[in-house]
Design a protein around this ligand. Structure first.
Ligand code: 3H9
Length: 692
């Protein structure tokens, strides 16, 4: 064995050279790895006894892509053209041996080889689009030559990996070998290549599938239509389509040149920076400073849910989906039946779309045990309360639970705002109490705010974070404060939105600005969807806000056919002349001199106070890091990934500029805009939230 460098070695098996890459955790195509491959192939080529070369990876996966952390830094190490010259342009057959995930640049590197063998569990794909990029090492030029143009477009635009079986069908892989025996299988294949004198197969020369697609522009129109909604506001996808089109229209080398340039042009864009930041942020979120990875966890074999309403039902589905039995408890039979029927209907609908089998539906429903008695929760390892948002009611439930739940059971509240420490104080086990704040619809939304109380024990936190992962959520640890991270910041935006419509904007003006910024809907459309009467009651209503007036008029949102907007039968929203008049009258009565408000002001008024609140949240230690706040907003509220989250956006604008604007607003509009000390210090030190 010869060490080529710190991460690569070369061994000889008779006349076959084996280059092994060992660069944990995912063998990313770093400068060292690129150098190792280039130098390894050159050495093997120079060795006259070698007749074929295998490139294989140690550890859990084949090369999972370029090293994302190298992007935007000065280039070093072997270039991609050098790699291509060594592999595809070399004089000896090169075989890539693939297990795990061959992604991005890793997959592309394998396509530079003459042959590919893989184990059946291997996966292939181009996740670049999720990073605001396109494949930059030939993926857009080589994959269409194997899979055909349509399939390649789908793979590149979706970013979703495909199976080894699919790869075999397309000829991306030449043969599958026995699971766990990749090296032996690759050696046997290399033997065949040598013995039967198989040619140096270069994908660049395969033109059949390209020619079939030539002139068929409808393929590109179709994919544009398919992805237009999903990628509203995103840039890279159109660039990717163009690159694949080049594979048809241009000679291979020219297509490669354009792809490379497009890739390099995308790297410094704000969108790609944001999306790469989110990639790492999603991974950091699981790391908790004082709860190390080896913290013991408690087994969760059975979950109890109290409340079979929209939240309780949705929460239960998460566990049923993961194969964990759920006991769901309601106070009245009718409500319980309704809740269970809703769960079944949701599953049936999924089955109708072909995403579950009828048997899956029954398995899941079979794990659900509905009841009317809290006592039936006594054998649950975790009990989640999802009852009415009222402190007295919640405390009462927890007092009872404390007596019923077995020792060591975790008691969680799904409260969105309330003080988890106060709820915990109703029990004799505050160390086993925490908040699990799911977002509606709870079976769909990926976010789970895990609310750490003052006394919550570390194993309890570790258990719930691990469980979050198991049920497919992204768990973000937050501290006790009104509304936690997400809703606390949302309140800032809602307040400004309400002020703006009195000062001069209309609800649809505010909504349009927020929608154009990239969120799925603006604050007023969101209120209409949720229902304006949440937390409102006729008895206490005083006509003191626009919302109260609308509720009085039975304009309670989409469900009543009218709210801030008018709705037709298909629930399409239209600006409402009635609401316009209500707003104008209300403002006049309050003596407000309405003025014209610019889109910029709407955006800054809605977003900068959120950034400011985020700074306070960090200062108070209610979130571990700025990027956790961004993950909350992306996964709980639909903040566009390409803007990285509110804190990242603040960094992009610059803390000094955000500060200056807040001060300006503070001067004219008062304390709602008083800057957080953290923002002041970041601006003074020319630092960013990311640098904290
Ligand atoms: C590209 O290839 C461009 C090319 O077209 C053109 C140029 C050549 N770089 O996710 P995990 C880290 S673009 C750097 O928890 P899993 C990750 O941060 C790239 N670091 O494991 C984490 O670190 P830590 C296209 C990376 O088993 C650790 O590895 N490729 C990279 O759940 C473990 O990761 C991609 O976008 C990377 N490329 O999933 C693939 N990948 O331990 C991105 C991972 O410090 N990667 N890390 O937290 C993935 O999708 C998943 O990581 C993978 C493993 C499926 C591979």
């Amino acid at each position: 064995m010869t060490a080529i460098n710190a991460v690569t070695d070369l061994t000889r098996e008779g006349d076959i050279a084996v280059i092994t890459i060992n660069s944990p955790p995912v063998n990313a195509l770093s400068a060292d790895v690129r150098n190792g491959i280039r130098d390894g192939v050159q050495q093997a080529t120079a060795d006259t006894a070698v007749k074929a070369i295998i490139v294989i990876c140690a550890g859990r996966t084949f090369i999972a892509g370029a090293d994302i952390s190298e992007f935007g830094k000065p280039a070093k190490g072997a270039t991609l053209p050098e790699l291509q010259a060594a592999l595809e342009g070399g004089s000896k057959p090169v075989i890539a041996a693939i297990h795990g995930t061959a992604l991005g640049g890793g997959f592309e590197m394998s396509l530079m080889c003459h042959y590919r063998v893989a184990v059946p569990s291997a996966k292939f794909g181009f996740p670049e689009i999720k990073l605001g990029l396109i494949p930059g090492a030939g993926g857009t030029q080589r994959l269409p030559r194997l899979s055909g143009v349509e399939a390649a477009l789908e793979a590149i635009l979706s970013g979703t990996p495909f199976s080894a079986k699919q790869a075999l069908e397309w000829g991306v892989v030449d043969t599958l070998v026995e699971e766990g025996k990749l090296r032996d299988g690759a050696l046997a294949f290399a033997r065949k290549v040598i013995d039967t004198k198989m040619p140096l197969r270069k994908i660049r020369d395969l033109n059949d599938k390209i020619e079939t697609a030539r002139g068929h522009l409808e393929i590109f129109d179709k994919i544009r239509r398919e992805y237009a909604r999903k990628y509203r506001g995103f840039e890279a996808w159109q660039v990717a389509i163009r690159a694949v089109q080049n594979a048809i229209d241009l000679p291979f080398d020219e297509g490669m040149k354009r792809e490379r340039q497009a890739f390099l042009d995308l790297i410094p864009t704000a969108q790609s920076q944001a999306q790469r930041y989110v990639f790492f942020a999603e991974r950091k979120v699981w790391k908790i400073a004082d709860v190390p990875d080896d913290t013991p966890t408690l087994p969760i074999n059975k979950v109890g849910v109290i409340g079979a309403g929209t939240m309780g039902g949705g929460i239960s589905m998460n566990f049923l989906n993961a194969g964990i039995p759920v006991t769901i408890v309601e106070t009245a039979q009718a409500a319980l039946d309704r809740g269970v029927a809703t769960i079944r209907r949701n599953y049936d609908n999924t089955a109708k779309k072909g995403r579950l089998t009828a048997a899956d539906v029954e398995t899941r429903m079979g794990l659900l045990d509905p009841g009317l008695n809290l006592d039936s929760l006594s054998d649950c390892d975790l009990i989640i309360e999802a009852v009415f948002e009222n402190m007295d009611i919640k405390k009462d439930v927890f007092r009872k639970l404390d007596k019923i739940a077995k020792p060591g059971a975790i008691l969680a509240s799904n409260t969105s705002y309330l003080n988890v420490d106060e709820i915990a104080s109703a029990t004799s086990r505050p160390d086993y109490v925490l908040g699990m704040h799911f977002f509606s619809p709870a079976n769909v939304m990926r976010l789970l705010e895990v609310v750490r109380g003052a006394k919550t024990a570390k194993p309890v936190i570790a258990t719930v974070m691990q469980l979050a992962r198991k049920i497919g959520k992204i768990g973000v640890l937050v501290g006790v404060c009104h509304g936690f991270v997400g809703n606390r910041m949302l309140a800032q935006r809602q307040r400004e939105a309400q002020k703006l419509i009195l000062e001069g904007a209309m609800p649809w003006d505010v909504d349009r600005v927020i929608y154009d910024f990239g969120l799925p809907m603006g604050p007023f459309a969101m209120s209409d969807l949720a229902g304006l009467d949440i937390g409102w009651s006729k008895e206490t209503s005083k006509f003191s806000t626009i919302r109260e007036i609308l509720c009085e008029l039975d304009r309670r949102g989409q469900k009543t056919g009218a709210g801030f907007y008018d709705y037709d039968e298909q629930r399409n929203a239209k600006p409402s002349p009635v609401v316009e008049k209500i707003i104008l009258d209300f403002a006049a009565k309050k003596g407000i001199n309405r003025r014209s408000i610019s889109n910029d002001e709407i955006l800054e008024r809605c977003i900068y106070p959120m950034i400011n609140e985020g700074a306070k949240i960090i200062e108070e230690g209610k979130a571990q890091r700025a990027s956790d706040i961004d993950i909350v907003w992306i996964n709980g509220y639909g903040w566009p990934v390409y803007r990285g989250g509110p804190m990242f956006y603040g960094d992009l604008i610059g803390p000094d500029k955000v500060l200056a604007k807040l001060k300006e607003f503070e001067g004219t509009m008062g304390a709602d805009f008083t800057p957080a000390p953290l923002l002041e210090s970041l601006a003074a030190e020319k630092r960013r939230f990311q640098d904290l």
